[in-house]
Every structure is written in C-alpha cells, then in structure tokens.
Design a protein. Structure first.
Length: 263
C-alpha cells in the first residue's frame, strides 16, 4: 500500500497548466526569508525538491555579484521547466544555477555543499522510513562536515487534518491568459496511521470540469524524526516556529528545522 502511495505522482507538479499556477497558489511567505539568510552565509547550496526554483532564483538575484554555487534538484520535468526560463530569457544572475532532474533520494550532484535545503514542506512527501533514510543518507553524502541541512514541516504537533482545513473561501488565482481559477485544498486520513491524503481542486472559470490533484503526505512523529536525523549524524541545532528563527509561535504555520552534519 505504502509503495503504491510512494509511486503516485502529484498532478500539481506534473500538469504544466497547474505548474503554471504553483507560485500563485503557494506564495513565498516569510519562510523563504529564513532560508535566504542561511543561503547568504553559504558558499554552495543544494536545494532538494526545488520546484519552480523560486528560492534559488531569489538568492541568485541577491548575490548578483558573488560566486556561490547553486544546484536545484527536482524529479518533475514540468517543475524544472518552470524553474529554468528559455535561454534567451534567462537573466545573467540566474544563468549560473544548475537545474538537475533527479530523485533527491539517489541524485548525485557530483560535489559537496555547505548548505542543503528542502523547502515548502517537501519533507512530508517522503512517505516511509526507508524513503527518509535514503534521502538523509544522500543529504550527508553531499554535505561538507559541519555543513547544514534545513527543511520545514507543517507546524509541530498540529493535527494533520487541521493543517489543511479548507479555507472559508477558495484561493483565487489567474492563468497567464487571465482566466480565474478557484483552488481548494482538502485532506483525509488514510488507513496508515501517519499518512494523510490531500486533494487540491482547481475550478477554471471557463471550464465545467475541475482538475483534481491528489497526493499523500506523511506526518511523522517528532521524536522518531529526531532519531532518524541523529542516526545519520545530523545534529538538530534549531527547531523554529517562526521564520526569524525564534521559537515556536502558536500563530506560526510551520516549523523550520536546522541541522548540522557532525562527521
Ligand atoms: C511542495 S513542492 C515544494 C517546491 C519548492 N521547494 C517550494 O518551496 O515551493 C515539492 C517539490 O518536491 C518535488 N519532489 C517530491 N519528491 C521528490 C523526490 N523524491 N525527488 C525530487 N523531487 C521531489 C516535487 O516534484 C515538487 O516540485
């Protein structure tokens, strides 16, 4: 059953029309500022599950006169197509970013980094302990000793279904041609205790058939996650509830976990 979930592909990351809406449906928010601060003090950054590449592209613009190494990895070609503009449209700041289509559990980026990020709650998409162990082993294989791995999760201790309680009204976004799209998230428990199935329904103003994307996320027990991180040599330096890396705040929507690789 779990293997089946693990193989299911999320239409929001695959269908180019939905990918085109991704950044509007998932606006950057203050979380990105926290990662940008970490990136500013790093020399080489690997972003796993980079999606539309927003974080690295923002960082590249900020570091316009610098020579940092940025590599973004994602397994979906549509997401990477959104990340990588056409050759004639790419700004020179962004031209140095390497985009690599691959699975974060097995990718070989061919070098080590002093910062690895996994943003946008992508960690929840690792559905089994085996997936997490593979991903973390690959993280440390790519980290310099003393390098940092930072990722975020839905808010600590939250009831998973409450994390995505349907908003009172849909999120309204628009396609590049101006067509309105109403987007509604919903979540349901599965028969596996810590797996939740999410659906996102996109209703286009000019079409009577909505598009529904389905995905599964794991809400791992916090102590178990700590143990998995420590098993591979990732020391937890901070588990923050706010983007400015202050501690847990009841109003925060997510946790940011910053770890250091102790070789
Ligand atoms: C929730 S999105 C986050 C995108 C981006 N990091 C952000 O913050 O907007 C998750 C991304 O991770 C990618 N992804 C999920 N599992 C992956 C895997 N095993 N290897 C590589 N990419 C993966 C998906 O294709 C998707 O683009």
């Amino acid at each position: 059953m779990i293997e089946l979930y693990a193989q299911e592909r999320n239409r929001s990351y695959v269908d180019p029309v939905l990918v085109g809406l991704y950044d509007a449906v998932n606006p950057p928010g203050p979380r990105e500022d926290c990662y940008l601060e970490l990136i500013m003090s790093a020399r080489a950054v690997l972003d796993l599950g980079c999606g539309t590449g927003r974080l690295l592209k923002r960082a590249a613009k900020l570091n316009a006169y610098d020579s940092r190494v940025f590599v973004g990895v994602d397994r979906e070609s549509s997401m990477l197509a959104a990340a990588k503009p056409a050759d004639d449209a790419v700004s020179w700041e962004e031209s140095g970013i390497v985009w690599q289509r691959d699975d974060m559990r097995t990718v070989d980026a061919g070098r080590r980094f002093d910062l690895i990020t996994m943003t946008g709650r992508t960690f929840h998409e690792l559905l089994t302990d085996a997936d997490i162990r593979m991903a973390l082993s690959n993280v440390i294989r790519h980290l310099d000793p003393g390098g940092r791995f930072a990722f975020d999760l839905f808010r600590r201790g939250d009831e998973p279904l409450a994390c995505v309680a349907p908003s009172p009204s849909p999120i309204r976004v628009a396609t590049p041609s101006g067509e309105c799209v109403d987007v509604v998230h919903a979540a349901e428990r599965t028969t596996e205790p810590d797996l939740v199935e999410f659906t996102t329904t996109y209703t286009f103003a000019e079409s009577s058939t909505p598009i529904v994307s389905r995905s599964t996320r794991r809400f791992i027990d916090t102590d178990h996650l700590r143990a998995l991180l420590e098993d591979v040599g990732l020391r937890i330096d901070g588990w923050f509830g706010m983007w400015d890396r202050t501690d847990f705040a009841p109003s925060g929507a997510e946790d940011i976990v910053v770890t250091t690789y102790i070789h």
